[in-house]
Design a protein. Structure first.
Length: 264
């Protein structure tokens, strides 16, 4: 039986016009547009942002395509792992696991010895305290004792945010805190429907020095992979967060959760 599709055929062979359209836009126009770039956003961080957005958008084929590009740009094996690890609390284990397996396949093919050096920095009995420190660093003093606040029937989720999300993941090595926040922003933007969390993490990025132009540049570089609607929604969130930041004597407002609301 003859099959029309041949697994050895590339998109360049089956859809040359499509590849030309996308490549011209993503690899030429977007990359070289001055307003779509920021001096702080180097090639390695650009790849980290794109990979995070691809995971958020659940684009496995694009993820596989980007891995060798990221490696060539200087993204390390540890950094690639940490992006996938960081996706776990924000996209969920069910969505992160296939990307971890695909990344392991890629690293095996590159003859990288695994497991990689451990990046955990927190002992089990320090998770809550260290997580709270990170929350306060990112979102301000309003996060003090956040794990004890809110309605009783959801207070356990606030505690999980502090010890598991921030205490376990944000304290890991491999990425700087600013890189980790950029990655989180991209994961949330690409998922869609997470605008409250996007605004909160925009404020966290701003606190860490990832400014308005930088974040717009990040969204611009991710746009070819996540589409215009989610990219434009992200820019609207950035504009709103910048406006809110100017209120209350400069104290950011969008990251300050109500005690009965969770903005991870």
């Amino acid at each position: 039986m003859n099959h029309f599709w041949n697994d050895d055929r590339t998109l360049a062979q089956t859809d040359p016009e499509y590849i030309e359209l996308f490549s011209r836009f993503a690899y030429d126009e977007v990359v070289h547009e001055p307003e779509a770039n920021d001096p702080k956003l180097g090639e390695a961080d650009r790849c980290l942002a794109i990979i995070a957005s691809i995971i958020g958008a659940q684009g496995m084929d694009a993820f596989e395509m980007m891995l060798p590009i990221a490696y060539q740009a200087g993204v390390t094996s540890v950094q690639l792992k940490e992006v996938v690890y960081q996706a776990t609390p924000y996209a969920g284990f069910a969505h992160a696991l296939p990307y971890l397996k695909k990344l392991n396949d890629f690293l095996n093919a590159e003859n990288v010895a695994m497991p990689l050096p451990g990046q955990a920095t927190v002992a089990d009995d320090e998770r809550m305290a260290r997580g709270e420190q990170v929350e306060i660093r990112l979102f301000g003093d309003v996060m003090k004792d956040f794990h004890r606040k809110g309605p009783e029937d959801t207070r356990h989720i606030n505690a999980w945010l502090t010890d598991a999300c921030f205490g376990d993941y944000y304290t890991r090595g491999g990425l700087t805190l600013a890189q980790r926040e950029m990655v989180t922003f991209c994961l949330l933007v690409a998922q869609g429907g997470c605008e409250a969390q996007v605004r909160a993490h925009i404020q966290a990025n701003l606190r860490l020095g990832n400014g308005e132009h930088f974040l717009i540049a990040v969204v611009s570089q991710c746009l070819p992979y996540i589409g215009y609607p989610r990219a434009l929604n992200a820019i609207a969130c950035i504009r709103a967060a910048i406006g809110e930041r100017g209120e209350d004597d400069g104290m950011p407002a969008a990251h300050e959760p109500d005690t009965d609301r969770v903005d991870a």
